[in-house]
Design a protein around this ligand. Structure first.
Ligand code: FAD
Length: 397
C-alpha cells in the first residue's frame, strides 16, 4: 500500500520544481501544476543567484551549469553618470557573491531535474480554487479538472492565487515606484572586467552591466515611473518608444552606457518592480505558500531566486522531520520569517538610492557613498550570502 503523502505544487517557476525535488527526497509524492500551456525557457531577462542560493542548487546537483553558464560576480563597482568612481563592494578572492543567469536557464535546469526524477508536471493548469476538508486539500483548475492531495504548496509567484484564496486579508504586492528594463548587447568596444558588475548612478536613471562575452553583455536600468503599472501595460508600449525614452534617460551619461544601449540585440525587456510587505501568516490548514508568492523582494539585492530556493529546501526538511503537517508549516514560517523580512527591507532600501535624481540628493549621495563603501566591511554582505541550510540536520519542533 502506498502511504506516501501527496503534495500539490502550484507553479513551475523557480520555487515549484525546487520544492518538488526536495519534498520527494523527504519521502513525499509531489505533483506540479503550472498555469502556462507550454514551457517558455526564454521568458524574463536575467537574475542573480547569490552564493546562498548556489549552495541550495548544489544540494540539487544543479549548481555546475549555473556556474558555467552564469556570469560570476565578486565585486560591485560604483560610479556616477560623469564616470567618477564612487567605490566598490566585495573582494576578488574567495567564492563569488553570486552568478547572474538568464531566468529561463535556471527555470529549465530545475524543471529538467524534476522531470528526470519522474515528478509529473501538468501544464495548462491554472489554479482557480482550493477547498480543504478532513486533512485533505483539493485544487481546482481553469481547465475544469481538480485533484486531491494531503497538502498544497503555493509557488505561484507574486500575484499568487493561492495567497488570495488562503489569506484574503494579506497585504497586496506594493509597487516600489521603479521600473526595470534591460537586454543583451553585442559590443566589442566595452571593457569587461572579469567578475565585476559595473553600477552607474546616471544623471537621470540607474544603469548596471556585466558580461563575460563581448557579444552578450547583460545590462539593466532602473527608473522612477508613476502610477502602478503592470507588466502587460509596460510591454504594450512599442519598443521604438522605449528605445526613445531610454536614450533620453542616459544621453548625458559617460560612455559606455549609451554605447551598450545602442548595441542591444533583440528586444528590451521591461517590468515594474513590486515587492511584498511582511505577511503575518504563510500558511492555512494544509496549505503553505513559499517564494515570491508570500515574500516577493525587489531585485536590488539580487535575492529573489535564492530566497525561493532556500524556502524550498527548508520547507521539505520541516515536512520530513515534523509529523503533523500544520506544525511543519508553523515551524517553517518561524525559521524563515526574520531572514526573509530583513532581505525584503534591505533590497527596498537599495532601490530608494536609485530614485535620487535632483541635484541636492545627487550631491549628498556622491559625497557619502564613497565613505559608506570604504567603511563597509570587505564582506559586508556575509549575513546574506553565508546562510547555509544543511539537509542532514534534523529540525525539532
Ligand atoms: C515570466 C516571468 C519572468 C520573470 N522575469 C524576471 C527577470 O527578468 N528578472 C528577475 O529578477 N526576476 C524575474 N522573475 C521573477 C523571478 O523568477 C522570481 O522573483 C524568483 O525567481 C522567485 O521565483 P518563484 O518560483 O517564487 O516565482 P516565479 O518565478 O514568478 O514563478 C511562479 C510560477 O507560477 C506560475 N503560476 C502563476 N499563477 C498560477 C496559477 N494560478 N496556477 C498555476 N501556476 C501559476 C507562473 O506561470 C510561474 O511559472 C520573473 C518571473 C516570471 C513568472
Amino acid at each position: 500500500m502506498d502511504t506516501k503523502k501527496k503534495a500539490l505544487i502550484i507553479g513551475c517557476g523557480i520555487a515549484g520544481p525546487a520544492a518538488a525535488i526536495f519534498l520527494q527526497r523527504a519521502g513525499i509524492e509531489p505533483v506540479i501544476y503550472e498555469a502556462m500551456s507550454a514551457h517558455d525557457d526564454y521568458t524574463g531577462l536575467f537574475l542573480n543567484v547569490g552564493r546562498n542560493g548556489i549552495r541550495v542548487l548544489k544540494e540539487l546537483g544543479a549548481d555546475d551549469i549555473i556556474r558555467k553558464e552564469g556570469i560570476e560576480m565578486n565585486v560591485m563597482r560604483f560610479c556616477n553618470g560623469k564616470g567618477k568612481a564612487l567605490g566598490e563592494l566585495g573582494q576578488f578572492t574567495g567564492e563569488p557573491q553570486g552568478y547572474t543567469v538568464k531566468r529561463g536557464l535556471l527555470q529549465s535546469v530545475l524543471r529538467k531535474k524534476a522531470e528526470r526524477r519522474n515528478i509529473p508536471i501538468h501544464l495548462g493548469c491554472k489554479l482557480v480554487d482550493i477547498q480543504m476538508a478532513d486533512d485533505k486539500v483539493t485544487a481546482f483548475f481553469d481547465n475544469g479538472t481538480s485533484v486531491e492531495g494531503d497538502f498544497l504548496v503555493g509557488c505561484d509567484g507574486i500575484h499568487s492565487k493561492v495567497r488570495q484564496m488562503l489569506l484574503p486579508d494579506a497585504a497586496k504586492p506594493s509597487y516600489t515606484g521603479l521600473i526595470s528594463f534591460g537586454g543583451y548587447a553585442d559590443n566589442p568596444r566595452v571593457l569587461l572586467e572579469s567578475a565585476v558588475q559595473q553600477m552607474v548612478f546616471g544623471k537621470r536613471a540607474f544603469f548596471g552591466y556585466l558580461g563575460k562575452k563581448q557579444d552578450e553583455i547583460f545590462w539593466f536600468g532602473n527608473q522612477s515611473y508613476p502610477g502602478t503599472p503592470t507588466r502587460h501595460e509596460l510591454e504594450a508600449i512599442p519598443q521604438t518608444e522605449w528605445r526613445r525614452v531610454i536614450t533620453g534617460l542616459y544621453q548625458d551619461d559617460a560612455e559606455p552606457v549609451m554605447d551598450i544601449i545602442r548595441s542591444t540585440r533583440g528586444e528590451i525587456g521591461i517590468y515594474p518592480i513590486y515587492d511584498m510587505p511582511t505577511q503575518p501568516a504563510w500558511h492555512s490548514g494544509s496549505a503553505v505558500i513559499i517564494g515570491d508568492a508570500i515574500h516577493a523582494t525587489s531585485p536590488n539585492a539580487g535575492q529573489g531566486a535564492s530566497m525561493a530556493l532556500e524556502d524550498a529546501m527548508l520547507l521539505a526538511k520541516c515536512v520530513r522531520d515534523i509529523d503533523r503537517i500544520e506544525q511543519a508549516f508553523v515551524k517553517f514560517q518561524a525559521l524563515r520569517r526574520e531572514r526573509v523580512d530583513q532581505i525584503v527591507q534591505y533590497s527596498r532600501s537599495l532601490g530608494q538610492r536609485k530614485h535620487a535624481t535632483n541635484p541636492i540628493q545627487v550631491f549628498f549621495r556622491d559625497l557619502m557613498l564613497p565613505f559608506f563603501l570604504k567603511s563597509a566591511n570587505k564582506d559586508a554582505h556575509g549575513w546574506m550570502y553565508d546562510y547555509t541550510i544543511h539537509w542532514d540536520e534534523r529540525i525539532c519542533i
